[in-house]
Ligand binder design. Sequence first.
Ligand SMILES: Nc1nc2c(ncn2[C@@H]2O[C@H](COP(=O)(O)OP(=O)(O)OP(=O)(O)O)[C@@H](O)[C@H]2O)c(=O)[nH]1
Ligand SMILES: [Mg+2]
Length: 316
Amino acid sequence: MSDDLDSLFTEDWPEDHRSGVITVAGRPNVGKSTLINRILGQKIAIVSPKPQTTRRRQLGILTDAHSQILFVDTPGLHAPQHKLGEYMVQVAEQAFKDTDVILIILDVSKPPETGDQRLAETVERLRGRTPVILALNKVDLLSDEQRDTHIDAHKALIPHEGAHLISAMNGDGVAALLADLRERMPLGPRYYPPEDLTEMNMRFVASEVIREKVMLNTDKEIPYAVAVEIDSFRENEDNVFISATLHVERDSQKGIVIGKGGAMIKKIGTEARRELVEMLETVVHLDLNVKVLKNWRKNERLMQRLGYRQVKEDKR
Ligand SMILES: Nc1nc2c(ncn2[C@@H]2O[C@H](COP(=O)(O)OP(=O)(O)OP(=O)(O)O)[C@@H](O)[C@H]2O)c(=O)[nH]1
Ligand SMILES: [Mg+2]
């Protein structure tokens, strides 16, 4: 093991070093972000029990002495209802290009639905000649009676080069999936320093942590109507000062996010701050404001202002 660790931090990598990109795609809420966090052993992507949590492409970098795998987390593929949804689906579809493997996550705890049929069509349309691996996730929720029928039905949906039963939640089957994926990576260099887990900056991470707490604490349309903008992010030796605005689409939503006597925004702030303290290992001062940015999800210009910009071609 120590051999491995030493070689991890040298500039050289072995001649048979492998590297490549794995696009992780699937319908909303199937566990894509949970799987990437588990594989990396650290939370880089926010997770919630509500669909459409991930809104952008996010990179997770897994490095060992012999390989570097770039996992691309994507928003769930769904039928979009507004411009934000269209943007999310576009981001996900774009990630099917220029990848070495497409890893499709399916929720095997449920029988396939029309959405899965549509997913199959999307994969067929976009995969080109790229190998497709299926990860049948949430196996921990599968009863013995459902087991074979659900597994067979999901496997029959999408032509694939390999399939794995996993639980991203408790880790079952993840090591075998990873070993399979690693073998499919072409020979190639290390693209990122071994200590990098992602390419996101701390401003973005902070905005996502705040958005996750909104998603976990609110219901109905609120989780989807909130965008978080970091107004300032200042660091000194032992403090970080973050000021952020939670943009909602309507006055009524503003009232809900603030809550009675400010109770809701206080709860969101406390939970976000607690997590940021752990991540940044420093004292965090967090100041949250709530503003109405009328119907921002339907307005491309406002979306761009909030960072939901047209995707560019993947860089490698
Ligand atoms: N029981 C169980 N729950 C899981 C598993 N994997 C993920 N979940 C739960 O499923 C929910 C959705 O997980 P996410 O990782 O946010 O799903 P996602 O595919 O990234 O969703 P979007 O970002 O909305 O597309 C969360 O509540 C997870 O805790 C699993 O293996 N077993
Ligand atoms: Mg996600």
